[in-house]
Each structure stands twice: as C-alpha cells, then as structure tokens.
Design a protein around this ligand. Sequence first.
Ligand code: ADP
Ligand code: 5GP
Length: 192
Amino acid sequence: MKEGKLVIFSAPSGAGKTTIVKHLLSRGLNFGFSISATTRKPRGEEIDGKDYYFLTNEEFKKRIDKNEFLEWEEVYPGCLYGTLRSEVDRICKKGQNILFDVDVEGGSNIKKHYGNRALAVFVQPPSIEELENRLITRSTDNKEMIIKRVEKARYELGYSALFDLIIVNDQLEDAFREAEEKIRAFIGEGAN
Ligand code: ADP
Ligand code: 5GP
C-alpha cells in the first residue's frame, strides 16, 4: 500500500484554520482528520471523539507517561493539547492521508518528525485586529481568553517562515481555493 502523506494546518487561534480544514474535509479528498486530545471543555456543538477527545488532566497526564503522544503542548496555561500516535495509525490503516489542525509549535514538531512526507501550512490572518474581531464574532471564548489568544498570536506570527506554505486567509473563498489547489498538488490528486 502507498504510504500516506500528512498535511498540517497551523495558525494562531482565530485565523480560520478550522474553517479551512472542515471545508477541505468536505471536498472528497482522501483525508482522515487527526482528532486531537485536549483538557479544555467542549464548546458550542463540539462532540467528543469527533472534534476532540476531551480528557481530564489526570487522563491526559497518564497518556503522556505511557508515551502515547506523538506531540503535546500546554497551548494555553492549564490547557493541554496533543496528537495521539493511535490517531496516525488509525488513519494510515484506512489508506488515507492525514490532516492535522494543531498549534504552531505542534505543527513544526510534526513537520520535523515526518520531513518531506508532510506539508506544513501556516494560515495567516490579514492582521491582528482582524483576528481579534474573528475571535469576538466566533463568541466561543470569554474576554480573558480572547486576550490570551491574541497575545499568543502576536508571538506565533513570527514562526510563519518555518512552514512550507503560507495562506493568507482574507477572503475565505480565495483561501479555500488556494488550500485545495496546493493540497491536491501535494498528494497528487487532480482537481474535481
Ligand atoms: P481557528 O481554527 O484558526 O481558531 P476558526 O476557523 O474557528 O479559526 O475561525 C475563527 C472565526 O473566524 C470563525 O467564526 C470563522 O467563521 C471566522 N472566519 C474564518 N475565516 C474567515 C474569513 N476569511 N473572513 C471572515 N471570517 C472568517
Ligand atoms: P482550540 O481551543 O481553538 O480548539 O485550539 C487551540 C489551539 O490548540 C489551536 O491552535 C489548535 O490548532 C491547537 N491544537 C489543537 N489540537 C492540537 C494538538 O494535538 N497539538 C497541538 N500542539 N496543538 C493543538
């Protein structure tokens, strides 16, 4: 069986990467989504085992001790996120390529691990002000959390040069088109 490829989407929170990843997953490409584990609480319509594996701190730490994570980070103080090795195996077994939605540090770690088998994509917001507006409009975080996310975004924007590809998410339709084109080229699938 042909070895699958990995496409990693990273971005400061609020840049729009989940929106782009969900769109790509609806486009009939041969991808499985790597469901991350997190200790944060579900928000909105999120479903355990679909959007994330929602774990307690204790469960998450047990899995760290058992070396079950390919990578993990304390993305925000007190909030752990990580990619389970079992996710990569689960998707590979289905003969699919893997799509990741992880923070900037996690993304560069996965890229280092897989080298040319992985395409690391950085989704950039048009500006910090627009990113803050998007977080406010999304209405999933309180004011304090939005401030933390914007602060972290200022620092993360400095890491874009480490990625294989930067997509500026200004007009969503343009970002969708560019992401799909580049990913089809990377995995060797033509346009529909
Ligand atoms: P991330 O996964 O990077 O945190 P989301 O995909 O959740 O970001 O997007 C943050 C918010 O911004 C969502 O409410 C989403 O609908 C909105 N959004 C995404 N892309 C755009 C865009 N190009 N223009 C305006 N709003 C956008
Ligand atoms: P959110 O709470 O908005 O879903 O995610 C917050 C941040 O954590 C986002 O940047 C998201 O990409 C990142 N994230 C989600 N899963 C993982 C993971 O498995 N590993 C790492 N390092 N970051 C993750």
